[in-house]
Design a protein around this ligand. Structure first.
Ligand SMILES: *Cc1c(COP(=O)(O)O)cnc(C)c1O
Length: 377
């Protein structure tokens, strides 16, 4: 098999989606599966739908087109405000989009008219994280304006916290969103289908609060894909952490001095050299070092989780240098790494990294499963 590659366990993605859907359904919350960290992988999207996701969402129109080609019936939400230059593709490709401004809404309405369609709009509200969103006091007017555009349907309100400033979803900001939903409805703007509370960072709140209020939807990527919540990057109980692993091939193994020699300045990407080497007690100490055919063109190495007993020493564009410790590793062997969110995103979007999908039912998550999962190919 070629490498580097990402092994994708679709059974675990389905199981993770199912687990969250089972927990959130009794609380009146649907799950929209977000595929953006997987380049809109149609297989991942289909696994989310099998697991009970009510629809799919992605930040890129190209990814939504890939998803739509596989399953034209699944609802597809563009979760980034549409580019003015792409409104025609947005209306053609997405069944709904998250929006924050009149210029784009007017252009979407015109595009929908040209295509003789209607387009669903969720208005995003600013609740403190200071990324996208309409100011609270402007929400009612924006809702009224959306309702007046003949080809747009106001399907609801949403918000996004945590991503930009780490603002934590809680009863206060979620209560504000519920209050705004009530306000828009009492203003005569019709019933809102969607109150979209946020992303994976909302899960600790949604699973523990005594009152979810009007929130009836979350847009979940990371927790389904990696089992983690983004606020503290802890593994959520019952979720598989290892649906994805990155496999790379060893191209050199050698016993080398632990310490480099010669005058030293910056490394390829400006980092200090790895701590392990700096702490080496003597010049004579050696390590068993392997080089993998993997680098910054393939993955964000900071988010790589090495197998137990293996330490990452450094990286450049095309080489990953590891201390293999006692592992019997030879040229041609493959090592499998776990992935954090940034590493997954970079690897899935690198043209050098292929993807191999397997689909078999996942066994239940065991208490002994830990993060990072121990994986050596
Ligand atoms: C990325 C994103 C999500 C999904 O975030 P996760 O942390 O992966 O669950 C949801 N909503 C918006 C607007 C996003 O940009």
């Amino acid at each position: 098999m070629t490498s580097p590659r990402i092994d994708v366990d679709l059974g675990k993605i389905e199981a993770n989606t199912r687990h969250l859907v089972d927990q959130l359904t009794p609380r009146g919350i649907r799950v929209v599966g977000i595929t953006k960290a997987t380049l809109g992988s149609p297989a991942v999207g289909a696994a989310m739908v099998r697991g009970g996701a009510s629809g799919l969402g992605d930040s890129r129109i190209q990814n939504l087109a890939r998803l739509g080609a596989r399953d034209p019936n699944a609802s597809r939400t563009l979760i980034r405000s549409p580019m003015l230059s792409q409104v025609d593709q947005v209306v053609r490709t997405a069944t709904s989009s998250l929006n924050t401004g009149t210029t784009v809404l007017d252009a979407l309405d015109a595009a929908a008219r040209r295509q003789r369609r209607t387009h669903d709009v969720v208005l995003m509200v600013e609740l403190g994280d200071l990324r996208e969103g309409i100011a609270i006091e402007d929400v009612a007017a924006m809702a009224a304006l959306t309702r007046k555009r003949g080809r747009l349907r106001l399907s609801g309100l949403g918000t996004n916290l945590a991503c930009h400033n780490g603002v934590v979803p809680d009863d206060r900001n979620m209560g504000e969103l519920s209050r705004l939903a009530d306000q828009v409805e009492s203003g005569g703007h019709g019933v809102l289908d969607v109150v979209s509370g946020g992303n994976s960072a909302n899960l600790p709140w949604a699973l523990s609060t005594s009152d979810v209020g009007r929130v009836n939807e979350l847009r979940i990527g990371e927790a389904i894909l990696l089992g983690t919540e983004p606020l503290h990057r802890t593994l959520l109980p019952g979720l598989h952490p290892d649906a994805f692993s990155l496999v790379a091939e060893v191209i050199e193994v050698a016993v080398k001095p632990a310490q480099p020699w010669g005058d030293r300045a910056q490394t390829a990407f400006g980092h200090q050299a790895a701590v392990v080497r700096q702490l080496a007690p003597t010049r004579d100490r050696t390590i068993r070092q392997a080089i993998l055919a993997l680098g910054c063109q393939d993955v964000d190495v900071d988010g790589l989780i090495p197998p137990p007993g293996i330490t990452i020493l450094g990286t450049s564009s095309d080489h990953l240098v590891v201390d293999v410790g006692d592992h019997a590793v030879s040229v041609g062997d493959e090592l499998a790494f776990g992935l954090g969110y940034g590493a997954l995103l970079r690897a899935m979007t690198s043209p050098f990294v292929s993807q191999v999908e397997t689909r078999r039912p996942a066994r239940p998550v065991l208490a002994a499963d830990r993060w990072p999962a121990p994986i050596i190919a």
